[in-house]
Write a protein that binds this ligand. Structure first.
Ligand code: MD6
Ligand code: FE
Length: 212
């Protein structure tokens, strides 16, 4: 089982400032999982609504000083979980260290995340092409961690119409992107059915950001 072998291989550059670090989190997974469980107990996964009134199929939660939210008033960051009225759970040390070290591997020094958006996908769920532009400072990278079922990530260009490349993301992979690639369109194809030995029939992605 890959989670026991801690298999990782060479970085795979998809653009000037987008890189996949295969298996980068595998040796931290045992510490990461209990931290993730604690977060989800305090701030459960939930479906949010788009500003247009549609339900977002992928369920989300957050940790950190700021959490990404969406409702009829728009997409934005909030220091408070709207479900509980309380601050989001703190960013665990293992997340912060992972973010800093993955960013460093991609050439971004001194990255300090203050927000972490956690997505939970069930088979069939997809994420349509979008840009991440609710953060204040686009010079800061985003560190994205994939756990559970594999997914196909679509990496596009700076306009929605540009062609996309397909990137296979496996359990334990980390993608880091920033700089000139920070505002590229991207999405996730519908999740294929399957079962991960630890996480079951789902994929969890979390993205570490400097939002404020
Ligand atoms: C996902 N990721 O992998 C969705 N956004 O499930 C994202 O939307 C994303 O991976 C910004 C930066 C990195 C990402
Ligand atoms: Fe995104």
């Amino acid at each position: 089982m890959q989670t026991e072998l801690f298999t990782s291989s060479d970085p795979h550059w998809l653009g000037k400032q987008v890189v996949v670090l295969p298996g980068f989190v595998l040796d931290r997974f045992e510490r990461l999982l209990p931290a993730l469980r604690q977060i989800v107990l305090a701030a459960p996964f939930r479906n949010m609504t788009t500003p247009g009134g549609r339900t977002i199929a992928v369920r989300v939660t957050n940790c950190g000083e700021l959490g990404w939210i969406s409702d009829l008033h728009g997409y934005r960051y909030s220091p408070v979980d709207p479900l509980s009225g309380k601050p989001w759970p703190a960013l665990p040390e293992v997340f912060l260290e992972l973010a800093r070290s993955a960013a460093h591997s991609a050439g971004f020094e001194d990255f300090t995340a203050d927000a972490c958006l956690i997505n939970s996908y069930l088979p069939g769920n997809r994420l349509t092409l979008h840009q991440d532009r609710n953060e204040r400072d686009f010079s800061q990278p985003i560190v994205s961690v994939s756990l559970g079922l594999p997914a196909t990530f679509l990496l596009g260009g700076h306009t929605r119409a540009e062609r996309t490349q397909r990137v296979a993301l496996q359990h334990g992979d980390v993608m880091v992107w920033g700089g000139e690639d920070r505002l590229r369109f991207h999405g996730i194809l519908p999740l294929q059915d399957g079962r991960h030995p630890v996480l079951g029939a789902r994929r969890i992605n979390f993205t570490l950001r400097k939002a404020g």
